[in-house]
Write a protein that binds this ligand. Structure first.
Ligand SMILES: [Cu+2]
Length: 111
């Protein structure tokens, strides 16, 4: 490899490194007694966000948001992951579709 080529490759690594090491911000939602906690999580607007949804109920729940275009079944006593965003600032309602009377909330995306 020429010196030029190796310098070029080092440059590429330097550019790639920050993206590779950037952590996706993670927010945890807990399901208990067919309710979400917190019910109105605040997440940063304009970036990809990871929702870690911990279902502490023995029965399955389905995280569903039409506005976010996401749905995910989470079996009882387990954890599901949903990636959302980057979001415009605003409110994004969601429900637990299997227990819609009690399991509901709104994600607030803030700048
Ligand atoms: Cu559904």
């Amino acid at each position: 490899m020429t010196r030029f080529a190796s310098a070029f490759l080092l440059g590429l690594f330097a550019l790639a490194a920050p993206a590779a090491h950037a952590e996706t911000p993670t927010f945890t939602l807990t399901i208990k007694d067919h309710k979400f906690e917190p019910a109105t999580p605040e997440v940063p607007a304009g970036e990809k966000v990871k929702l870690s949804i911990v279902n502490n109920d023995p029965t399955a729940e389905e995280f569903e948001s039409h506005k976010l275009n996401r749905e995910k079944v989470i079996p009882g006593n387990s954890t599901g992951t949903v990636f959302i965003g980057p979001l415009e600032p605003g409110s994004y309602p969601f429900v637990g579709e299997f227990n819609e009377d009690t399991a509901k909330g709104t994600i607030i995306a803030k700048q």
